[in-house]
Structures are given as structure tokens and as C-alpha cells.
Design a protein around this ligand. Structure first.
Ligand code: RIB
Ligand code: CA
Length: 317
């Protein structure tokens, strides 16, 4: 079966880590590499976390390149309150042994796109700084990008605590604007779907019983879920893994084509994603937006992925 070539750009981050776990387990995906973004934590920390996850999974073969250390124009804004001081508080990950790529994330992404014999899917699950820089610096490589399947934004509700915007878009709204106006097809997994694509607090035991990777997912969910449990949610939204789950099985999601623009001027809505849900603005559609998911099937997909590591456990040796 032809695997889908993907490049992940992430800011681990607990849910980014689960997205990496799911991606590296799938027979349908060929992960050409992982680049890191400054988002949930500083670039140093998100990069170390991406390395730690791959080390834990026995995947020193996955090339990792470090991204830009700040958004394009706005100040660094991290989310230690959600992901902890390290950006991946809670579980203990092994010290990474594999070195980072020499080149920066953007140069690495460009190299992989140029090398690929077929268009590649970009899967950003943090602020879009690296992706926007790639588009600006290497316009000749845009035809090598099949689509961008991103976690970010919302056409209904925000989460950043800064009004109506979602964290990934809010942190680097100018980068998001470059991506959303690039003409590259976008699949947008925003909060409208990711907030409801959860691991239930009562489902964590299932993951603990699914081996060492399942236990890691349960530990990640334990830490990341603290805030959600406090405010009465019944589960932990695994935002970023929705991108990978979509690539593995798009039937898990209900999607709608629409035009989505980034608000760059609103005093209280800066960084929000404005979706023309009913198509009344007459703008070209630029995004396929996730609106709903089959949560149970999503959880089963994650459980299968964790169990799969037990069968095909890869060692670093
Ligand atoms: O709003 C959720 C997004 O912000 C996720 O990507 C999470 O990892 C944080 O980056
Ligand atoms: Ca993220």
C-alpha cells in the first residue's frame, strides 16, 4: 500500500506527543521528519520533547529539526499553565540520544519537499511560524505540498483565554494569515471538533492496560487533563492527534468546506479564525473544516496504535 508522506511540525506539548505516537504507529503514513515550533513552550523545550518522544518510541531514525525561536512578529507566548515548565510535565522521558538535524526546520522542510518524488502532506500542530516561513522563502516548493492538515483555530469557539482565538493561531496570527492565503489546500482541525475528541477520564485505564506506550498516553492525559477535570469536562481533548487520525481514517470526522480568514486587527479578536460557515461572503473556499468526530472510534484508533507498539516494539539498538 502506498504510504502518505508527511512532515510534522509541532510544539510538544502533551497532545502533540500523542499525535507523534499515532503517526509513527500507522502503516498508512510515512513520517519523513519532525520539525519543532515555539508554542506550548520555548523552542529549546519543545525540541527536546520531540526528541524524547522519539527516543521513548525507539525511533532514532526519525529526523528532527529545530524551528524558529519566536513567532514572525508577535512576542513569544507559551502555555506552561497547560503543559508545565518542561512543556511535557508528568511522564519521565528518556534523554534523547539521536542528534538533531544540522539544518533549521525551514531548511529541513524545504530539503524534504525538494527530495520527495511526490507531494507531501504538512501536519502542523503548533503555531504556523515555520510553515509560513517555508512558504515565503521557498515559493517554488509549494507545488510539492499536497495539503496542510493543521490543528488550529475554530469557527465557533476559542480557547486561548484571549477572547475568541485558539492558541496556535493566536500565538502567530501573521503566520496563520500567510498559510490561509497561500492557496495551499487546508484541512483545519479546530476546536469545534478537537474539544470534543477526547479521552474520557474513565478510559485511561484502557490505555494503562495497552502496554508501555499506552501507559505513556495515560500519563500524558493525566497531566494535560488536570485543568479540564477542574472545570468539569468529562474528558481530555487530544487536539493535535485529530490531524493524524484524519489522515489515517477521514471517516472519523464530519467536515465542511468554507472560506476561513484570520482576523489581524480586532482589539479583542486578533488571531481568531473567521469561517464563512454559510458561504454568504462569496469568497473562495480555502479550508475543509472539522466540525464533529466519532469519539469512540478515535479512542479505539489510539488504543490500537498503542497495542501495535507492543507487537512491533522497535528498539533503538
Ligand atoms: O489549542 C490547542 C493547541 O494549542 C494544541 O496544539 C496544543 O498542543 C496547543 O499547542
Ligand atoms: Ca500543539
Amino acid at each position: 500500500m502506498n504510504k502518505i508522506p508527511i512532515l510534522m511540525d509541532c510544539d510538544p506539548g502533551h497532545d502533540d506527543a500523542i499525535a507523534i505516537i499515532l503517526a509513527l504507529s500507522s502503516e498508512k503514513l510515512n513520517v519523513l521528519g519532525i520539525t519543532t515550533a515555539c508554542g506550548n513552550q520555548t523552542i529549546e523545550k519543545t525540541t527536546k520533547n520531540a526528541q524524547g518522544i522519539c527516543e521513548f518510541l525507539g525511533r532514532r531514525d526519525i529526523p528532527i529539526a529545530k524551528g524558529r525561536n519566536a513567532p514572525l512578529l508577535t512576542p513569544v507566548y507559551t502555555a506552561g499553565i497547560a503543559h508545565g515548565e518542561s512543556g511535557l510535565d508528568g511522564p519521565k522521558l528518556p534523554e534523547p540520544k539521536a542528534p538533531l538535524q544540522e539544518e533549521s526546520a525551514v531548511v529541513f522542510l524545504a530539503k524534504k519537499l525538494a527530495e520527495s518524488t511526490e507531494p507531501v502532506v504538512l501536519v502542523p500542530t503548533g503555531p504556523l511560524t515555520n510553515i509560513a516561513t517555508l512558504i515565503l522563502c521557498y515559493p517554488q516548493l509549494i507545488p510539492k505540498i499536497d495539503k496542510i492538515v493543521l490543528m488550529g483555530g475554530s469557527v465557533v469557539s476559542g480557547c486561548s483565554g484571549r477572547g475568541a482565538s485558539e492558541f496556535n493561531i493566536m500565538v502567530d496570527p501573521y503566520a496563520a494569515d500567510i498559510v490561509y492565503t497561500s492557496g495551499i489546500p487546508i484541512v483545519m482541525m479546530g476546536l469545534d471538533v478537537t474539544n470534543f475528541t477526547t479521552i474520557g477520564f474513565d478510559e485511561k485505564e484502557k490505555f494503562r492496560n495497552a502496554g508501555r506506550v499506552g501507559t505513556l498516553v495515560a500519563d500524558l492525559t493525566d497531566y494535560f487533563g488536570r485543568g479540564f477535570e477542574m472545570v468539569g469536562w468529562c474528558g481530555v481533548p487530544i487536539h493535535d492527534a485529530c490531524t493524524i487520525a484524519y489522515l489515517i481514517d477521514s471517516s472519523l470526522f464530519t467536515m465542511k468546506e468554507m472560506n476561513v480568514r484570520i482576523d489581524l486587527n480586532g482589539e479583542f479578536t486578533m488571531g481568531s479564525t473567521v469561517g464563512d460557515y454559510y458561504g454568504v461572503e462569496g469568497q473562495e473556499t480555502n479550508a475543509l473544516v472539522g466540525l464533529a468526530s466519532d469519539r469512540e472510534r478515535f479512542v479505539n484508533l489510539l488504543l490500537e496504535a498503542c497495542a501495535g507498539y507492543e507487537k512491533g516494539e522497535r528498539s533503538n539498538e
